[in-house]
Design a protein around this ligand. Structure first.
Ligand code: GAL
Length: 471
C-alpha cells in the first residue's frame, strides 16, 4: 500500500520536473499563430503544436528515410526526438497552402513519431508579414529550426543565418533528381543552403469559365485580347480583373507579368541583374502605363482584399479574371472547385510560352535548437513522398523530376509540361531573382502605385532600389 503511494508520488514529482524542463526548453515566443489566418505580429504569439500519435511510433520508426546523419538513424533520431520538437516557420495559412503543409507534416510524423511539430506560421501572402517576424527572431538569436525561403537570390538575404547543406544534399541524392535550373539557382557562394520543395508559376491568368461562356469570351492570349474581354465584362457589370493588395504583394505580382509581356523574357530577366540601363528601356514606362490601364478594369477596393479574396471573386463569378501564381489553384482546390468547370487557366496575357518560375525551399538554421529533427524535416521536404503529398494540394509542381504524375490534376500535369518546354524567367516578387531588401521596396512601391497611379514616382523609386538587388 505504502509502496504504491510512494511510487505514485514519485511519478507525480517526475512528471512535474519534466513539465518544467520542457517549458524551459520550449522555443521562445514564435510570434505567430498557427493556421488561423490571423495576421501575425511580433507581439501576437502562440505556436500551434501538432502531436504525433504515440501508437504510430513503434510501427514507423524503422522505415524513416532521414539523412544518414539525422538518421544514424532515425531510430536514434526518433529516440533523441522523443523529448523533441521541431519548429517550422512559414506563411502558409491560406487554403491549399495550409493543406499542403499539413500533408507534408503527416509524412514527417509517420517517419519521426516522437517529434512534436510546432507549426509557426505568420499569415500574409508572399511572406510580407512573416519575413518581418523572422528578421526580428534572427536578430534576437532565436531562430526557428527551419524556415521557408525562396530558392534563388532571396537566399542571399539569409546566408549568415543558414547552415550550408551541400553535403546533405548529395547524401540524400537530391542533386540527381532536380532540374539543372534549380540546382544552378541553389548555388550561393559555392554552397547549397536550402532544399526546394516545389516550383510555382507566377504568370498565370485564372478565369471563370461560366462567365466567359455566357459572354462568348475566350481566355485572352495577348494584351489586346485582354482589353477586349475586359470591355465586354465591364459592359455586363462584372469586374473584369480582381486584384488584391491587403497582403502587400498583389500589385507587384501583377506587374511582373505585365513587364514580362512587354519586354519579353530576355530583357525582363536583365532587369534583375542590377544593370541600370535595363531600367532605362522606354518599354518599362510603357509596361507601367499598361498596368495603369489594367487597374482601371479592376475592383476599387484593392487594398482591402487579399489575393485569395480576389480568387474567390472569380470563383463566385463576381469577377471574370485574376492574375496570380498557381497557389490560386491550391486555393480553388481547397474550396472543392474543379479545374475547367469552376475555374479555368491560361498564361497571363502576352506571356504564353514563358514559365515565370519561383521555388519554395527550406533551410537549416545556424544554431537550430532541434537540428537533428530539422535535418529529418529537410529529408522529407526533398523526398518524393513529401513532395507528392505537398504539391497536389499546394498547386505547385514538384522540384523533383520523378514525381508520380497520376497524383496531380490536369492543370498541374499541364504545368509540368510547360516547365519542361517553355522559356524560363525568374519571378522578382517571389525571390527567384531578388533579395528581400529589393522585394520590400518593389512590393511597397507597386502597392502605392495601385492607388495613386503615379508613373514618374514609381520609376524613380525602382531605379533607387536597384542597388538592393545584391544585398
Ligand atoms: C509565395 C510563395 C507561395 C505562396 C504565395 C502566396 O511567395 O512562394 O508558396 O505561398 O507566396 O502566399
Amino acid at each position: 500500500m505504502f509502496g504504491t503511494r510512494r511510487w505514485t508520488l514519485l511519478a507525480a514529482l517526475l512528471t512535474l520536473v519534466s513539465v518544467i524542463l520542457a517549458s524551459c526548453g520550449a522555443p521562445a515566443d514564435t510570434g505567430t499563430t498557427g493556421n488561423t489566418g490571423t495576421t501575425g505580429s511580433p507581439a501576437a504569439s502562440t505556436a500551434a503544436a501538432t502531436n504525433a500519435s504515440p501508437s504510430a511510433a513503434a510501427s514507423t520508426a524503422a522505415t524513416t528515410s532521414a539523412s544518414p546523419s539525422a538518421a544514424a538513424g532515425t531510430t536514434a533520431g526518433s529516440a533523441a526526438a522523443g523529448a523533441g520538437k521541431l519548429e517550422i516557420f512559414s506563411w502558409w495559412t491560406n487554403g491549399g497552402e495550409a493543406d499542403g503543409l499539413n500533408a507534408m507534416f503527416e509524412v514527417y510524423k509517420q517517419q519521426n513519431p516522437g517529434v512534436d511539430i510546432v507549426n509557426a506560421t505568420v499569415a500574409g501572402g508572399a511572406g510580407t508579414n512573416a519575413k518581418a517576424v523572422l528578421q526580428t527572431r534572427l536578430a534576437g538569436g532565436q531562430p526557428p529550426d527551419s524556415w521557408q525561403v525562396h530558392a534563388g537570390r532571396e537566399t542571399l538575404s539569409y546566408v549568415d543565418n543558414l547552415e550550408p547543406l551541400t553535403q546533405f544534399f548529395k547524401e540524400q541524392g537530391f542533386d540527381k533528381v532536380m532540374p539543372q535550373l534549380l540546382l544552378d539557382q541553389l548555388q550561393i557562394n559555392g554552397e547549397i543552403y536550402t532544399v526546394p520543395v516545389n516550383i510555382h508559376r507566377s504568370n498565370m491568368l485564372w478565369y471563370n469559365p461560366k462567365v466567359f461562356q455566357d459572354n462568348n469570351l475566350q481566355p485572352p492570349k495577348t494584351m489586346e485580347e485582354f482589353f477586349t474581354a475586359a470591355d465586354a465584362l465591364k459592359a455586363k457589370n462584372i469586374t473584369p480583373l480582381a486584384v488584391g493588395g491587403k497582403d502587400g504583394f498583389e500589385a507587384a505580382h501583377l506587374f511582373e507579368s505585365v513587364l514580362l509581356a512587354t519586354l519579353g523574357p530576355e530583357d525582363y530577366t536583365k532587369l534583375w541583374t542590377g544593370d541600370a540601363t535595363a531600367w532605362a528601356d522606354p518599354r518599362v514606362a510603357q509596361a507601367i502605363e499598361t498596368m495603369s490601364r489594367m487597374l482601371s478594369y479592376a475592383n476599387e477596393d484593392r487594398s482591402a482584399i487579399g489575393w485569395s479574396d480576389a480568387a474567390q471573386r472569380v470563383l463566385d463569378g463576381k469577377a471574370g479574371m485574376t492574375i496570380m501564381g498557381d497557389w490560386a489553384e491550391g486555393y480553388f482546390l481547397s474550396k472543392g472547385a474543379k479545374v475547367n468547370t469552376d475555374f479555368g487557366y491560361a498564361a497571363a496575357p502576352g506571356t504564353d510560352g514563358v514559365f515565370m518560375w519561383l521555388s519554395d525551399s527550406f533551410g537549416l538554421a545556424k544554431g537550430a535548437p532541434h537540428a537533428e529533427a530539422a535535418r529529418a524535416w529537410l529529408a522529407v521536404a526533398g523526398s518524393k513522398e513529401g513532395q507528392d503529398a505537398f504539391n497536389p494540394k499546394k498547386g505547385s509542381i514538384p522540384a523533383r523530376t520523378d514525381a508520380d504524375k497520376s497524383l496531380y490534376d490536369e492543370y498541374l500535369q499541364w504545368s509540368m509540361e510547360q516547365f519542361a518546354s517553355n522559356t524560363l524567367a525568374p519571378s522578382a516578387t517571389h525571390g527567384a531573382a531578388t533579395t528581400n531588401a529589393f522585394q520590400q521596396t518593389w512590393s511597397n512601391s507597386l502597392e502605392v502605385f495601385s492607388s495613386n497611379l503615379d508613373v514618374e514616382e514609381l520609376i524613380a523609386t525602382l531605379e533607387d532600389a536597384i542597388g538592393d538587388l545584391s544585398q
